[in-house]
Design a protein around this ligand. Sequence first.
Ligand SMILES: C[S@@+](CC[C@H](N)C(=O)[O-])C[C@H]1O[C@@H](n2cnc3c(N)ncnc32)[C@H](O)[C@@H]1O
Length: 283
Amino acid sequence: MEGTERLIRRSDVPKPTAKELLLAYVAPGILLTAGIYHHTVTLLDVLFIQRQPSLLIDVSRFREQAFSRFWLANGEALSGDMPGELASLLKTLRGAILDIGPGSGEQLHLYTSSAPNVDAIYGAEPAEKLHAKLAIKANDAGFERKYHILGCGAEPSSLIPALAREGLLQDGGEGSFDEIVSIRVLCGVPDVKETAEGLYGLLRPGGRLIVMEHVICRDSIIARTLQAVYMWLGRWRFWMGGCCLDRDTEKVLREAGAWSEVELKTLNAWSTIPQIVGYLVKR
Ligand SMILES: C[S@@+](CC[C@H](N)C(=O)[O-])C[C@H]1O[C@@H](n2cnc3c(N)ncnc32)[C@H](O)[C@@H]1O
């Protein structure tokens, strides 16, 4: 069965052209350069415009500001070509939704056809500088009163108190949500195992966790080596808001709890930024 699954996956994936391969190899370098640029601009902003040098002592807040600046400048361009599998899933949302790390809401237009079936969406976005654009995008997508922005992360220590303040944690929080959406977020949470288990707990039995995440490369030695080079020599995690290029997020998700159905597909398996897309249903 395992072998069949892999065969289907591989034959599913068209062979990359030389140009696609080259682009995939250099893409993290281009993003790193942009990350370093936005850290530099944020440093100048903090020192000479905000005149708040004390902010530099709070490294995580400074990095959050730098990543927000990066994302406001590049998030839209980095969201132009989302996989069709994700778009199809986001059309079928229903009930109470937890949207982790929605950023500036670049994906929300994909949720629009779900709006009549959605009761409420709680967007857990720790970067406050992204909230204004997120609110506009939620309105534009047709979720005006249904979208609630929470200034918290997806890790239980931050998320659970924020949900409690909203009165969303009946029965200790187990099974509060019909669906949870995570798009390009689990690569950057501090402890992915703890976060995945926390999210599992928040789903009701039969509820779906919809994901699109970039993951460790398993299919190409060159791409896997480049992931390590960008991570360790390029200090990727530092410049890219805590993101990791080489997390085995699929394994972590599969092991986060008992699932009755798992449908995850690997896209661009040969790339430095391969992605998993699909869903897991809680037993
Ligand atoms: C790469 S962006 C993706 C944004 C959006 N999901 C998308 O795909 O367009 C990652 C987002 O995760 C947020 N983030 C960072 N750390 C987080 C955490 N611990 N919990 C939840 N979100 C986090 C960032 O602020 C940012 O908005």
